[in-house]
Structures are given as structure tokens and as C-alpha cells.
Design a binder for this molecule. Structure first.
Ligand code: SF4
Length: 336
């Protein structure tokens, strides 16, 4: 289980003529990712969701807060033990084209992490070859066909499956899927989403799914939880279906109301709106969403909302005036 408490990450100011301010990308985020569970982060580009994923995989440091892996704070462990824990948290990157070395065959790509595993577990080369075949079969690829190929000889969907297979070589406990289907042909997305779901359901791998695609978040995060992120803060969090069907924060409602109606003939949701207005970058006493919120009142500009529960189902939000609104016209379909 991964437990994140009050995570804060600030990127320092950039120099040059146009001196920029430091950017606080993550502002006190807390959440729990249970064993074999799923948490989906949804929010617009630049909201901080990728930074959180990179922190969990050890690729990024953080300023304050705690990240606990099975109750252990990794920052307090010696580096060898920290690396060992982090090995079990694997990142699936957005771009399967950039994630694979174009000059290596898939066999060589998989052998690199397998060689480390073999050394660690004192296994033979025959074990490595058999494990490479096993992980490719697990992600739905034919090892005999794929192993001798170079990345450019595969489709986008096959490449992403290879990236997932490479992550599986270390038998991870957690996969952090960062926009894992956004660069894949729409027709191939459902296959990758189904694979992630299967890895979770059949193999007990927890998934942190980072996306701006609400339908995909709902598909992978079924029976799990969704966190809606706005400017580095979780503004609403709840059980996936509950939040998607009855969001109470105006930003979540705007995000969900922007989901395209896929069947083409249905009317848009009853309360669709696209928030305009300026971002509010500065720390202050106002709600960060106030400049773009159509329900903003005077209190929103003078008092920052705190995270409070809504009902009894573990649904939480940051809004002074929460109202459950159904903004999705019909049961959401996966983009496929
Ligand atoms: Fe909108 Fe006010 Fe709620 Fe912020 S606190 S989301 S401005 S209604």
C-alpha cells in the first residue's frame, strides 16, 4: 500500500531575462493507493498529476510531506533499501516511441532489466529467455514474432505493450500509468486499458492511472477512487462511479461535462459548461478556481476552502458551495 500525506513539490525559479517565479506544482496532496487497488488522477495539463506520479516512482524529489510504502517512509531508508522498494513501483510512460531504444531489438530491451533480476535472484540465462517470453505473452504479444523486432517494426499499441512487459519483468506491485494511452491510436486504446485492468484484477498489481480522459479513468479505476486535481490540489476525491455520476465541485463538473457524447445522437449533459477566465497562480486566501467558477460568491474570494467530507461514502471536496450535479448525459463509454 502507498500512502501519501501532504505532499508538496516546488520547482525553483528559472533565470534569464524573463525571470519566472518558483512554481509550486503539488500543494499538499494526500491519498491512499491500496494493494491491488486503483486510483485515477484526472485534471488538465499542468495540474501536477504527472509530478505526483514521478515522485512515487522516485524520479522526482519532494519538498515536504510523506510517501509511505507499506508504512515505511523511503526517505528514511538507506539508498540500497530505497532502490529495492522503488523497484516494485514501475512507470509506464506516455510515449511508447520515446520509451524504447530504437537501436535495440525487443529481446535486448527486455534482457537489460532481466539481467539485473537474474543477478539479484541468482537465475540462469535460460530463465531470462523464458521470463522474456512469459511477460510478452502476459501482455498479449507473440514472443516468437516480437522478440527479434525493432520498435519501429511494431504498431503504437504493440510498443506500449512492450513497455508494459518491460515493467512486468521485475514483478511490480504498482504500475504508475502516466497518460499511457494518450499517444496511441484510438482504435488500440481499449486493448491497453483492458490489459491494465487485467493486470490489476488477475495479478494484483495496483494502478495509479494519470489521465485527462475521464472515460479511461473510469474504466481502469472501476471499484477504485478518482482524485480530481486542479492547480496542484486535490479538489474532489471519491469512489469512481459516485464521483463521476454526482460530482459536487464545479471544476469536476466542468471537466466531466466536457466529455464528448460518443454516440453522436444524444444531447449534451444537462449542465455542460467550459470554464473560461484566468488561472490564479498565487498563493492566497481565495479559492483557486474562483476566477473561472460560475458559482463563485464573495466568500470564495476571501476564504480558501478546506477539504471536507460530502456525505458518508468517503467523498471529499474543496468547495464552499458543493451541489451534486449530474453532468454526464448517459453512462460514460470508454473511448475506443
Ligand atoms: Fe467555485 Fe466557490 Fe466552490 Fe471555489 S469555493 S469552486 S469558487 S463555488
Amino acid at each position: 500500500m502507498i500512502e501519501v500525506k501532504h505532499l508538496v513539490k516546488t520547482y525553483p525559479a528559472r533565470g534569464g531575462i524573463l525571470k519566472q517565479k518558483p512554481v509550486q506544482a503539488v500543494k499538499g496532496v494526500s491519498f491512499v493507493l491500496p494493494d491491488a487497488g486503483a486510483v485515477a488522477f484526472i485534471g488538465e495539463s499542468g495540474c501536477g498529476k504527472t509530478t505526483i506520479g514521478r515522485i512515487l516512482t522516485g524520479l522526482e524529489s519532494y519538498d515536504s510531506g510523506e510517501v509511505l510504502y507499506d508504512g515505511v517512509n523511503l526517505t528514511r531508508l538507506p539508498s540500497a533499501e530505497r532502490r529495492e522498494k522503488l523497484r516494485k513501483v514501475q512507470l509506464i510512460q506516455q510515449d511508447p516511441y520515446a520509451a524504447l531504444n530504437p537501436s535495440r531489438t525487443i529481446a535486448k530491451t527486455l534482457m537489460a532489466p532481466l539481467a539485473l533480476e537474474a543477478k539479484r535472484q541468482q537465475k540462469s540465462k535460460a530463465w531470462m529467455a523464458s521470463r522474456a517470453r512469459e511477460v510478452l505473452a502476459l501482455v498479449g504479444l507473440n514472443p516468437e514474432v516480437v522478440l527479434p523486432k525493432y520498435p519501429h517494426m511494431l504498431s503504437g499499441g504493440q510498443r506500449q505493450r512492450v513497455v508494459i512487459a518491460r515493467a512486468l519483468t521485475v514483478e511490480p506491485d504498482v504500475l504508475v500509468a502516466d497518460e499511457a494511452v494518450s499517444m496511441i491510436d484510438v482504435s488500440l486504446r481499449l486493448g491497453i486499458l483492458s490489459l491494465l485492468l487485467e493486470l490489476r484484477n488477475k495479478h494484483g498489481i495496483a494502478i495509479l492511472f494519470i489521465t485527462h480522459d475521464v472515460a479511461a479513468a473510469r474504466y481502469v479505476g472501476q471499484d477504485g477512487r478518482v482524485c480530481v486535481i486542479y492547480q496542484g490540489e486535490v479538489v474532489e476525491e471519491g469512489v469512481t462511479d459516485d464521483l463521476i455520476q454526482s460530482p459536487v465541485h464545479p471544476y469536476s463538473q466542468a471537466l466531466l461535462s466536457a466529455v464528448p457524447v460518443l454516440r453522436g445522437l444524444e444531447a449534451p449533459g444537462p449542465d455542460r459548461y467550459i470554464p473560461l477566465g484566468e488561472f490564479q497562480q498565487d498563493e492566497g486566501t481565495a479559492c483557486r478556481f474562483a476566477p473561472r467558477c460560475r458559482y463563485a460568491e464573495e466568500r470564495c474570494r476571501t476564504e480558501k476552502p478546506r477539504t471536507v467530507p460530502y456525505g458518508n461514502g468517503g467523498h471529499r471536496h474543496r468547495c464552499h458551495f458543493p451541489v451534486a450535479r449530474r453532468v454526464v448525459a448517459e453512462p460514460l463509454e470508454v473511448n475506443s
